[in-house]
Each structure stands twice: as structure tokens, then as C-alpha cells.
Write a protein that binds this ligand. Structure first.
Ligand code: DC
Length: 234
């Protein structure tokens, strides 16, 4: 007996870029969970390689030293939006990569072309393995890592809103005043946007969403609708 051919929906690839404090992580995780997709936090990968450099005596201010060590750590990213995990050489580093030391050195490490080449290769392999699709968040996903993504979103927010959100995330752990957080974010933006290789940038065909006046639920709803539209139009 002949059976009707069943066509599985093609994997959908979503890239969400933007600077820190615009709601990228919360939005990306919620969109992936709602649509049954995998989730990848590429900032966590850059943080993980930075953590490894700092813990293995590499001078992170020396791009040549960073470049020659870029291939050494084994970085494994989990892609469950409900429990994103990241390990380096088998050690769970999800906690330590959020600390001040990593945060203040990650822009320098991630500007090194050999680091970007290594991490970009990991990202593309993870995206290719996601059967139903994936939401990938970062700075250069739409421009460099996945230029053929089905949907590219670029999130923005005012500097004041971004600093307030970032301070809220720190929850007293390492919290500082708003002006200090705002200045630190501005420094990281300048470094991430100003680097030569794959800087933070909006892809020409990305949809820009200013999240300053929106709740998380509204941003999630907006991105879910955009993904569904793209899926329908394919
Ligand atoms: O999203 P985050 O704050 O965890 O990212 C940490 C740093 O990693 C960010 O300041 C720049 C770098 N990064 C990058 O260069 N490219 C990406 N795709 C993601 C992050």
C-alpha cells in the first residue's frame, strides 16, 4: 500500500543581534521555547573562551598569545532554551562566565580573528545540526555567522533602559550604580562595534525592534509573529 509522503517542515534559522541590555537573551530563549526550536547564546561562547584564557595564564591583552591558544579549549554549548548550558574542557562555566573579570576582558578576546574563526565554526555546526531550527543570539549572526538566516532581528534600546536592565540582572551580586553600568556598556559597545573582524552591526535585511518601551512579552510576541510570517511565506 502506498503511503502519502510526509514532508517535515524545513528547519527555521533565526538570528537575533544587538548590544547588551536590549533583551536579546530573554527574547531568544522565550521565542525558541514557544516555537519548539533550539537556542544558542554565542556571547556565552566568547565568554567561555575568555574564561579559559584567564584561567590558563594567557595574557588577554596580547592578541598574538590569544590567537595561538584559540584552538586549545574544548567548548560545548547546550541548546535547550529551558536550560542553556556551557562547558569548557568538561567544566560547567555557566556561573563564572558572568563575573566582572570575564565581562571586562571578553571584548578584547572576541576581537581576535582566530578566536572568531574558531567560535564561528562551532556556531555554524550547531545551527546545521538543529533539525527543527534554532534561535541564535549574538552580535554578528545576521551579518557573518548565518547570513542566510530565515529571519534576522536587530534589538536596540536606549542607554538608560539597557543600564537599568543590566543592573537588574546583577541582583545585588556585583551591582553598581546606573551611571557606572551605562559607562561600562558604552565602552563594550564601542569595542564590539569598532573591531575590524565581524563587528556588532545590523544586517541590511534585519528587522530592527526598539525594545525601550516594550515589555518582554511584547517583544517575544513580535518576533514569534515575524518567524511565523517567514515560515508561511516560504
Ligand atoms: O551577549 P554577551 O554580553 O554575553 O556577549 C559578551 C561579549 O561577547 C560581547 O561584548 C562581544 C562578544 N560577542 C561577539 O563578539 N560576537 C557575538 N556573536 C556574541 C558576543
Amino acid at each position: 500500500m502506498e503511503t502519502a509522503a510526509r514532508t517535515e517542515p524545513a528547519a527555521v534559522i533565526v538570528g537575533i543581534d544587538g548590544p547588551a541590555g536590549t533583551g536579546k537573551s530573554s527574547t531568544s530563549k522565550a521565542v525558541a521555547a514557544k516555537l519548539g526550536l533550539r537556542y544558542l547564546d554565542t556571547g556565552a561562547q566568547y565568554r567561555a573562551i575568555t574564561w579559559w584564557m584567564l584561567n590558563n595564564g594567557i595574557d588577554v591583552a596580547d592578541p598574538a598569545a590569544v590567537a595561538s591558544a584559540a584552538d586549545k579549549p574544548s567548548i560545548v554549548s547546550g541548546t535547550d532554551p529551558a536550560a542553556p548550558a556551557i562547558s569548557v574542557d568538561g567544566v560547567d562555566v555557566s556561573g563564572p562566565i558572568r563575573g566582572q573579570e570575564v565581562t571586562s576582558h571578553v571584548s578584547a578576546v572576541s576581537a581576535v580573528p582566530e578566536v572568531r574563526a574558531r567560535i564561528t565554526e562551532l556556531q555554524r555546526a550547531i545551527a546545521a545540526a538543529a533539525e527543527r531550527g534554532i534561535v541564535v543570539e549574538g552580535r554578528d549572526i545576521g551579518t557573518t555567522v548565518l547570513p542566510h538566516a530565515d529571519l534576522k532581528v536587530f534589538l536596540t534600546a536606549s542607554p538608560e533602559v539597557r543600564a537599568a536592565r543590566r543592573n537588574g540582572e546583577l541582583k545585588g551580586k556585583e551591582a553598581v550604580d546606573l551611571a557606572t553600568t551605562q559607562a561600562a556598556l558604552a565602552r563594550r559597545d564601542a569595542a564590539d562595534s569598532g573591531r575590524t573582524t565581524a563587528p556588532l552591526a545590523k544586517a541590511e535585511d534585519a528587522v530592527e525592534v526598539d525594545t525601550s518601551e516594550l515589555t518582554l512579552e511584547q517583544v517575544v510576541e513580535c518576533v514569534v509573529t515575524l518567524v511565523e510570517e517567514r515560515q508561511r511565506d516560504r
